[in-house]
Design a protein around this ligand. Structure first.
Ligand code: SAH
Ligand code: SF4
Length: 355
């Protein structure tokens, strides 16, 4: 099966075309057709020679994703379910905020990290997405926007869909370089956030990349005992290791880091845990932000419920009083299963019933 040309960064496209006997300016033209004019067929690349188009067509397709379901919520959130060439389904969410249009992308089919509260972890990882399939999600959403003819652009990206991005590191980096490219989509690095469950070694690699993309770490508990209970990955990368990597990242980049903390009723939402969390972050208060996430209930994880409003605000206030920057994540699209992995897992269940 031919892969998507979206999988090549601009440098890789230049190199590939040079290797195939083409001039560098051809690559610049092709890049422009792909990301500025956003054509869907090689034949529409009007100023590119037939010879060049022929070798491109022999080796690549433009888009490999097909829209399978599109659900629009009352608040403007749109959830897309895309079918890949091998039939696997992935989900992508477009959210409308005051500051712009943000897309949540998927990096893997399923996830092997297996956090106990997450719908994605229910389905073991089937495979990594290649870079073209990750970029393809942004291009599909942009295509949807282009069709509306309201001159809207995807302005922000969160890598928070299905999968652990740092478990698919090379493709992730390639994706980031492509969407950030100044001659293409030019989505600002500061407008992109990658979320990880805390793969410490990769946090260090990421710090060394020299890219201004934001990092979010899913912490969810302030001590190892509790964190191991809800995230088994904590056995491999306990809090101390994650924090060492975070310190390295902060020192190297001087960029603020976000800590995500899902509030699970009576599990990790007591004032005591808020105090422990404040203590843990004490020495990096100036460069950290805690994102408190009200839990989105998942049918299969009936042991967890969302914390009460009262606990959420007590937790928030405790952090605030200790001088920790924090906020409670606003919800989007709950009426359309917009939480991580939920539409996909429901769709797969429906299909199983059908078959
Ligand atoms: N694998 C990465 C990124 C994808 S998950 C990670 O874990 O960070 C993105 C965020 O959604 C994570 O913070 C994750 O813990 C959170 N999440 C997963 N399931 C959720 C649910 N049911 N309700 C609320 N947040 C959830
Ligand atoms: Fe994977 Fe993230 Fe879900 Fe954990 S929360 S299972 S790491 S997608």
């Amino acid at each position: 099966m031919k892969k998507s040309i979206y999988g090549l960064t601009r440098d890789q496209l230049i190199e590939w075309l040079l290797e195939h006997g083409q001039k560098k300016y051809r690559a610049e033209q092709v890049w422009d057709w792909l990301y500025i004019k956003r054509v869907q067929s090689f034949d529409d690349m009007k100023n590119v020679s037939k010879e060049c188009l022929d070798i491109l067509k022999e080796n690549f397709v433009i888009q490999t994703l097909k829209e399978s379901v599109k659900q629009e919520s009352a608040d403007g959130t749109i959830k897309f379910l895309f079918e890949m060439q091998d039939g696997n389904l992935i989900e992508t969410v477009l959210m409308r905020f005051k500051y712009g249009l943000s897309v949540c992308v998927t990096t893997q089919v399923g996830c092997n990290i297996g956090c106990s509260f997450c719908a994605s972890g229910l389905l073991k990882k089937n495979r990594d997405l290649d870079a073209g399939e990750i970029v393809g999600q942004i291009m599909k959403v942009q295509e949807h926007l282009d069709q509306l003819q309201q001159d809207e652009r995807v302005s922000h990206i969160v890598v928070m869909g299905i999968g652990e991005p740092f478990d698919n590191y090379t493709n992730l980096m390639s994706f980031l370089r492509t969407v950030n490219d100044q001659k293409g989509l030019a989505i600002g690095a500061r407008h992109i956030t990658v979320s990880t469950s805390g793969l410490a070694k990769k946090i260090i690699d990421f710090a060394n990349e020299n890219i201004q993309v934001n990092l979010a770490v899913s912490l969810h508990a302030p001590n190892d005992e509790l964190r191991t209970k809800i995230m088994v990955i904590n056995k491999a990368f306990p809090i101390e290791k994650v924090m060492d990597a975070v310190d390295y990242y902060l020192e190297k980049t001087n960029r603020r880091i976000t800590f995500e903390y899902i509030l699970l009723k009576d599990v990790n939402d007591h004032v005591e845990e808020a105090q422990q969390l404040a203590k843990l972050l004490e020495n990096k208060r100036h460069l950290s932000y805690v994102n408190l996430i009200p839990y989105n209930p998942v049918d299969e994880h009936g042991q967890y419920q969302r914390s009460s409003e009262k606990s959420i605000s007590a937790f928030f206030q405790t952090l605030k009083n200790k001088g920790i920057n924090c906020g409670v994540r606003m919800e989007q699209g709950t009426d359309i299963d917009a939480a991580c992995g939920q539409l996909r897992s429901k769709q797969i269940k429906k299909e199983k019933v059908k078959n």
